[in-house]
Ligand binder design. Structure first.
Ligand code: AVJ
Length: 324
């Protein structure tokens, strides 16, 4: 069994405290809001997996095609050994073509999945070990909005990947802060690989957030199940409907849960009662879509040098490579 270092930046207690603060603040605000990352407990991750297989949800398939078709090109940038870090790795499925291409070029020195879920990080390391003999495997258990300064440094050039379009779940200021934090954690010659959903026909975009099978709706309502389980709340998720709106001014999908009737919800662990008027909405997250030039401008503003952008044949998803 190879030695696999785990760097733990976050403890269960931190996560719990953050959850309580976020929920109290969000549900006592006007308008009410909840953070998007709360959706991803075991059930939420399974629902998201199901969503990625819906015909309307093009993001996952399109990005997979981009990475499959261009992995060798991505692996051809720079020279010498590379340590890959995948932010929000989950099962580390998205990055595999890039790992394989670097390995085939004899340049894969290390892989470090970075994820908030410790179990996920451990499982993925155990699963990858036999596939990448001789590659140093480690993991980071952390929050990529807070712990980027803890990126490992083995001396090899680093390639930090942030795939799946999760970057679009940040607000503008959050994107700026994230890029700056990442740039500060990197050295010249390190690289950033970013997968982003591109602006396209709003009908195509909205369909991905209103799939016919209702998986997005169930995924969105899952945040209420999470509050029931983790904070002893008594939400009746079936009394909320999923809403996804497109704002063409900011190229943003805005997700909400709309109360179907007036109700009061008790959140026992916070000793908090929350009232809803009929039709009142909870903001449950945004998903921003990008124009290539705009995103490259944001990268430059954080002192990255954009080097390449690949898209699928329909131009749906973009994968950007930038040098620190
Ligand atoms: C994978 C986080 C990018 O914003 O499209 C999909 C999450 N939420 N439908 C996205 C999501 C509801 C997804 N990301």
């Amino acid at each position: 069994m190879p030695h696999q270092e785990l760097r733990i930046c976050i403890a269960e207690d931190d996560l719990d405290a953050a959850l309580r603060l976020d929920v109290r603040r969000g549900l006592t605000s006007e308008p009410k809001h909840l953070p998007m990352r709360l959706h991803y407990d075991g059930r939420g991750s399974a629902l998201f997996g199901e969503l990625t297989r819906q015909p309307e949800y093009y993001q996952t398939r399109a990005e997979r095609a981009v990475l499959r078709d261009n992995a060798a090109a991505i692996a051809a940038f720079g020279a010498g050994p590379v340590a890959v870090v995948e932010l929000g790795a989950g099962r580390a499925e998205k990055i595999r073509p890039v790992l394989d291409a670097l390995a085939a070029a004899g340049r894969l020195d290390a892989f470090w999945p970075f994820d908030v879920a410790e179990g996920e990080v451990r499982d993925v390391l155990a699963e990858l070990a036999p596939a990448y003999p001789g590659v140093r495997l480690g993991g980071i258990v952390g929050d990529f909005t807070r712990h980027l300064s803890q990126l490992p440094d083995s001396g090899s050039a680093r390639l930090v990947a942030f795939l799946g379009g999760t970057f679009g779940n940040f607000t503008g200021p959050e994107r700026g802060r994230f890029l700056q934090d990442l740039r500060e954690a990197l050295r010249p010659g390190d690289r950033f690989l970013l997968g982003a959903d591109l602006v396209k026909d709003p009908e195509v975009i909205l369909a991905a957030y209103n799939d016919a099978a209702g998986v997005t709706a169930e995924f969105n309502r899952n945040v209420l199940h999470v509050l029931n389980h983790r904070l002893g709340a008594d939400f009746a998720p079936e009394h909320f409907e999923h809403v996804a709106l497109w704002d063409g001014g900011t190229d943003t999908v805005d997700m909400r849960l709309r109360a179907l009737k007036p109700m009061t919800v008790r959140i026992a662990d916070l000793d908090l009662d929350v009232s809803f008027a009929a039709g009142e909405e909870i903001r449950t997250g945004i998903s921003v879509k990008f124009h290539r030039g705009e995103l490259e401008t944001q990268l430059r503003a954080a002192a990255f040098a954009p080097e390449a952008c690949w898209t699928d044949e329909d131009g749906r998803m973009g994968v950007f490579l930038a040098e620190a």
